[in-house]
Design a binder for this molecule. Structure first.
Ligand SMILES: [Zn+2]
Length: 298
């Protein structure tokens, strides 16, 4: 019998709750090297964090299956967090503007964009105002985006959706890849869906950043009550550094056009602090977000 109410999120629960809810997890191999990983830590929920001994890619193994995640994590408790307001926060506006500007610079124009994991659709509606033709997909569409009917929508995993003859100038994975069962397969599929000269945008948490290094140290020294919580294991299955994300991208037949570790303006933050942080963490590539823009390798 679980001690968790149906509306309560599973992430952040204690180890006893996780063990009661998720049984028979699956072992995972490195998608790049095809070998078993080595564990380096166990988080407060009991999840084992692993690293590939060959390429250093970090991931969860064993991990919940897709079916378990769909039932226990990506359910109504996940959508409850979806922001349905039309008002964009300052941080979102800055992020959208920065991503669209870079896509437009690399493509030389706007075009058709597919947002994988489109959530409430605010990124796509923002793009429509800039002249982009928007398409969205998500493993589970929120009622809000379904009712908005602002652009064509598909529900399901990218690997299983039939887009017919439609191909895209840009495909966006914004904090999506770390949630998928096989990020290499996602990139290979997105390559098939890309028009010649198109750009794939990937954003993931940067575990090579300063903040992760500090929290790793606190976790190792038992200075945190919830050790390794910053890895967000359960819904995050993969953990990337600039090096390991680049390896994955190149292994999928893509090449990197541009990469950066952006610092997003926080609500109410002073311009001075923002400028200082940007100067420190963007120049040294050590902020907590990793953004890669890619295209076909040849
Ligand atoms: Zn590997």
């Amino acid at each position: 019998m679980s001690s968790r109410a149906p509306s309560q999120k599973l992430f952040g629960s204690d180890r006893s709750v996780i063990e009661a809810e998720i049984k028979n997890m699956e072992e995972v191999e490195c998608p790049v090297c095809g070998i078993a990983p080595k564990p380096f830590a166990v988080d407060y929920q009991g999840f084992q964090l692993c690293r590939c001994p060959q390429c250093d890619l970090q991931f969860l193994s064993p991990r919940p299956t897709f079916e378990q995640l769909s039932e226990k994590v990506y359910n109504e408790t996940y959508h409850a967090e979806t922001d349905t307001s039309e008002h964009l926060s300052e941080a979102s506006r800055y992020q959208f503007e920065r991503q669209y500007k870079m896509l437009e610079k690399l493509l030389g124009r706007t075009g058709q964009i597919l947002d994988v994991g489109c959530g409430n659709g605010t990124f796509l509606r923002y793009g429509q105002e800039r002249g982009w033709e928007a398409y969205g997909c998500d493993i589970s569409l929120s009622p809000y985006v379904r009712e908005s009917k602002s652009f064509p929508l598909r529900e399901g995993r990218l690997l299983e959706i039939d887009f017919g003859q439609t191909r895209f100038d840009a495909i966006r994975f914004n904090h999506v890849l770390e949630h998928t069962q096989n990020p290499l397969a996602e990139l290979v599929r997105s390559r098939e869906l890309l028009k010649p000269g198109g750009v794939i945008f990937i954003s993931v948490p940067n575990i090579g950043g300063i903040s992760t290094h500090l929290k790793n140290l606190q976790s190792r020294l038992h200075l945190k009550s919830r050790r390794w919580r910053h890895y967000a294991a359960l819904h995050h299955l993969w953990f990337f550094t600039p090096k390991t994300l680049r390896q994955l991208i190149e292994h999928s037949g893509l090449r990197v056009l541009h990469w950066e570790t952006p610092v997003f303006k926080k609500e109410g933050q002073s311009v001075l602090l923002e400028t200082v942080q940007r100067g420190l963490f963007e120049k040294s590539h050590t902020s907590s977000i990793l953004d890669f823009y890619c295209t076909f390798a040849n």
